[in-house]
Design a protein around this ligand. Structure first.
Ligand SMILES: [Zn+2]
Ligand SMILES: [Zn+2]
Length: 386
């Protein structure tokens, strides 16, 4: 019966698999409508995405999003459909990434130099926050003209999957901190973002770069990303050690990359008078600045915060750093999973098991196509070739 078959294939064409937030501690793969682009929007077929620490906060109910939302904000893919007005700018089949933050480029905040706050506080962060995200076979990209960033020839998905958020955010910690050549810098916590902040300190020309964490394997990775000294915060008081390394003064810039009272306070105590605390962490509850660490409010210190810079020009810049081999982000991608195995992937990532740094999720690959889920390089990813 041809009519029935047509209906079935028609339904398959207009629906897709996606990971949906169902309420605190509950996510699941569901069949949902495939998005269609309106004017100025694009749909990309996701080939690779990843799980972020922020997604863990969301799933644990620590950052509110609406149930039914598709999570994920780190997309790598291929242009599948273009809305009106984009035909002369992009081509179907073109490989692109999109920043985790998708500014409109037109509003008060965008035009006043705060594109991450597009439309209002945190407003640039739309994917997996206020609109459907990247843990899906297809993703609708708003304001595509400002946000679709073509991937340079020769780069794999793995090379660029950390550009939408992790590299952009980590590097921004060093940029917002105003690091100058010869500065001393301490980076508190060496998760993926902290490691990229360490890398950012190196790129900005810091001399002494102190990486602080409690996991030995992360401190080893910190050396690869530019740390000149590593401190195990479980064994020693990092603030005391940092003072000792800087003639008792403290560092010029400290970067906080975890979002806890303890690391915030340590970062504040670790900077010299007149120094800068550059904060990247996502905090909850109340944050306290103790009077002596704050020099009673008279220490000429600066505290700056940054939400991941996005937009296609930022993405282009970051990808050129990979293209010209100034940075290599691929070692941070330690595991690969099919999207169907999201629960296993999420469990591994959120509990930081098996030396995990970042997991790559592949929506168009089946579990069986990924030989060994914990082995980098064993994955076959159709459409994700260089
Ligand atoms: Zn993120
Ligand atoms: Zn805007």
């Amino acid at each position: 019966m041809p009519e029935v078959r047509q209906q079935v294939s028609g339904a398959a064409m207009s629906s897709m698999k996606a990971v949906v937030f169902k309420g605190k501690d509950r996510i699941g793969v569901e069949e949902v409508p495939k998005p269609r682009p309106r004017a100025g929007e694009a749909v990309i077929r996701i080939t690779t995405t990843t799980i972020c620490g922020t997604d863990v906060h969301i799933v644990r109910g620590e950052y509110p999003v609406r149930p039914g939302l598709i999570l994920g904000h780190e997309p790598v893919g291929v242009i599948d459909a273009l809305g009106a007005g984009l035909e002369s700018l992009y081509e179907i089949g073109e490989r692109v990434i999109v920043g985790a933050i998708t500014p409109c480029g037109q509003c008060f905040y965008c035009l006043n130099g705060s594109p991450s706050q597009c439309g209002g506080a945190l407003g640039g962060w739309k994917f997996g926050n206020t609109i459907n995200g990247a843990w899906a076979e297809y993703l609708l990209v708003p304001d595509a003209k400002a946000n679709l960033a073509p991937i340079p020839r020769g780069l794999s998905d793995e090379d660029v999957v950390l550009c939408p958020d992790i590299f952009s955010t980590g590097l921004s910690g060093a940029e917002s901190g105003g690091i100058r050549v010869g500065d001393s810098v301490a980076v508190f916590a060496q998760g993926p973002i902290g490691l990229c902040a360490t890398l950012g300190a190196k790129l900005k020309g810091a001399s002494l770069i102190v990486a602080v964490d409690t996991m030995p394997e992360r401190l080893v990775m910190a050396r690869r990303f530019g740390a000149t000294v590593t401190l195990d915060a479980a064994a020693d008081d990092p603030v005391q050690e940092i003072k000792r390394l800087t003639d008792g003064r403290g560092v010029d810039v400290a970067i906080e990359a975890l979002g806890r009272q303890e690391t915030f306070e340590n970062a504040l105590r670790a900077i010299r008078p007149g120094g800068t605390l550059s904060s990247l962490g996502v905090y909850s509850g109340k944050l306290v600045a103790p009077y002596e660490a704050f020099y009673a409010g008279l220490g000429d210190q600066k505290i700056v915060t940054t939400l991941c810079p996005g937009g296609k020009e930022r993405m282009r810049r970051l990808m050129t750093m990979v293209e010209h081999r100034r940075v290599d982000l691929a070692p941070l991608v330690t595991h690969h999973f099919a999207l169907d195995d999201i629960e296993t992937a999420f469990d591994l990532f959120s509990h930081q098991r098996d030396g995990v740094l970042k997991v790559a999720l592949h929506p168009h690959v089946s579990s069986s196509q990924i030989d060994a889920p914990s082995h980098t390089g064993a994955v076959v990813v159709p459409g994700a070739n260089r």
